[in-house]
Ligand binder design. Structure first.
Ligand SMILES: NC(=O)c1ccc[n+]([C@@H]2O[C@H](COP(=O)([O-])OP(=O)(O)OC[C@H]3O[C@@H](n4cnc5c(N)ncnc54)[C@H](OP(=O)(O)O)[C@@H]3O)[C@@H](O)[C@H]2O)c1
Length: 250
């Protein structure tokens, strides 16, 4: 039985993914609030410690959780909230689960084809804050993290791919301007198909060796060029590792 760790399992896409994974008889470990909080690196470390203590192998890690907030908010660690939940938390969790993912583990990070420039120090700065800019930057960071991870994780025989669900009905943008919510409600679709696609990428033998790809559904798409610079990916990795005080990892 495959073991799959899922963040964001209470959300629209996460709960559809859990249902699809369970239909395929995977054992799902859902990391959810209140016992797991991606905005707190202490909480992320505690969850990873518990997983590493109780498991010997994780077949897939699905980084699905994310948050959108319209105003600058600091996490308990003093980091801007969206940066913490959407990028730094998943970055730390993935790295801390390295040994359990070794030998064929698949990391899938759910994101969007964002072209927003990522400057972590600007994102931390209250005076530079813009909600859409910051959210977009965290989604671009998800892509850059995935591509850097795909390179680094080869040594551990671990795969890393990014996934774009398209527009899906959810409460993610509930605090965004009304007009945007209305438009997305009109064009967004049900998360069921997305859940199936994520389960396919997490479990199917057809994707056992796939790494460094960006998917829309189960089809490979081109990521934005702005996320492909290897030097910027490496710089983002280094700064992220400093901020979460990561030692070791991929
Ligand atoms: N919906 C779309 O159209 C769309 C498009 C492109 C990409 N995406 C991506 O898809 C992913 C899932 O989004 P969704 O649409 O399913 O949103 P959603 O329904 O709002 O789900 C978000 C999930 O993240 C969890 N979460 C938020 N803050 C957290 C924290 N501090 N610690 C732990 N978990 C936390 C939420 O948990 P709680 O239940 O505790 O709040 C919830 O399970 C996101 O990465 C998003 O960027 C979505």
């Amino acid at each position: 039985m495959a073991t799959v760790v899922v963040t964001g399992a209470t959300g629209a896409i996460g709960s559809a993914a859990v249902a699809a994974l369970e239909k395929r008889r995977a054992q799902v470990i859902a990391l959810s609030r209140p016992t797991f909080d991606l905005s707190s690196m202490t909480s992320v470390r505690a969850a990873a410690r518990e997983l590493n203590r109780s498991r010997s192998h994780i077949d897939a890690l699905l980084n699905i959780a994310a948050v959108y907030v319209p105003r600058y908010r600091k996490s308990a660690d003093g980091l801007e909230l969206m940066l913490a939940v959407n990028h730094l938390g998943p970055f730390l969790l993935t790295n801390l689960l390295r040994d359990n993912l070794t030998g064929g583990g698949r990391v899938i990070t759910v994101t969007a084809p964002s072209t927003t420039r990522v400057d972590v120090d600007k994102l931390l700065d209250r005076d530079e804050f813009g909600a859409f800019h910051s959210f977009g930057a965290t989604k671009a960071a998800n892509l850059m993290f995935t591509f850097e991870l795909a390179r680094r994780a080869k040594r551990w025989d671990v795969r890393a791919n990014a996934f774009y669900p398209g527009m899906v009905k959810s409460k993610l943008m509930r605090e965004s301007p009304r007009v945007l919510r209305l438009v997305t409600r009109l064009i967004a679709r049900s998360p069921n198909r997305t859940g199936e696609d994520l389960a396919e990428l997490a479990l199917s033998p057809a994707h056992a060796g796939t790494t460094g790809w960006f998917f829309k559904g189960t089809r490979r798409i081109d990521p934005p060029k702005s996320t492909l610079d290897a030097n910027q990916q490496a710089a983002l990795w280094k700064r992220s590792a400093e901020l979460v005080e990561l030692e070791g990892g991929f």
